[in-house]
Design a protein around this ligand. Structure first.
Ligand code: TMP
Length: 213
């Protein structure tokens, strides 16, 4: 059976990594073979790119250069980690994927959307998430959370208006892909969010097991 590909998306401080950790532990306990990974990153090469992208020293990075770096990380990640894991029947939990590029580089940076879509399509090689969980949170609340952790990266330091465009962009993507992208309200305690995610994924996995030969 082909594996199952789940992506987590959301603006800064929306709690993706906490939720990925909780879901990974739950699914592993139930006997599923799970890998948790992230973008940018997920491979040795990708983690090096991540450092470049998030370093506050690179504040002058051109938006197109930025786009290509995210896509370079994705291409490597797909070949080295995601595709092999899906072929082995694993559940892949990925912290951000193509929707992030559309939301951040398309809506956030305002790069030409048609071009961004074409570039994203080239990098993702026909692999789409089976399910995307969009952790939706007010921008101000998320940025406060990030600030209180005391580790702001190059993107966290962007203007508020940029983050508002990203959030609106994500919500628009969800409206355009209602079957795949589920909006999960993130401004609640982590257990309540985890419970909603659990019920969505349980339903997905049930459908998947009855649909498979
Ligand atoms: P995070 O994964 O820790 O949230 O940090 C990654 C940052 O990179 C985050 O601000 C979102 C941004 N990003 C993009 O702008 N485009 C992309 O394609 C991806 C995967 C992430």
């Amino acid at each position: 059976m082909r594996g199952f590909f789940i992506t987590f998306e959301g603006t800064e401080g929306s709690g993706k990594s906490t939720q990925i950790g909780i879901l990974a532990r739950r699914l592993t306990r139930r006997g599923y073979r799970v890998i948790a990974t992230r973008e940018p990153g997920g491979t040795r090469f990708g983690e090096q790119i991540r450092k470049v992208l998030l370093s506050i020293q690179n504040h002058g990075l051109d938006s197109r250069a930025e786009l290509f770096l995210y896509l370079a990380s994705r291409a490597q990640h797909l070949e080295e980690v995601i595709l092999p894991a899906l072929k082995q029947g694993r559940i892949v939990l990925c912290d951000r994927f193509s929707d992030a590029t559309l939301a951040y580089q398309g809506f956030g940076r305002k790069l030409d959307m048609k071009t961004v879509r074409a570039a994203v399509k080239y990098a993702e090689k026909g692999i789409f998430p089976d399910r995307t969980l969009l952790l939706d949170l007010e921008v101000g609340v998320g940025l406060d959370r990030v600030r209180s952790r005391g580790r702001r990266n190059r993107l966290d330091r962007e203007q508020r208006a940029f983050h508002e465009r990203v959030r609106a962009g994500y919500r628009r993507l969800a409206r355009m892909n209602p079957g795949r992208i589920k909006i999960v309200t993130a401004g609640r305690n982590a257990e309540a969010v985890a419970e909603e995610i659990r019920s969505i994924i349980d339903r997905d996995l049930k459908i998947r097991s009855t649909a498979s030969p």
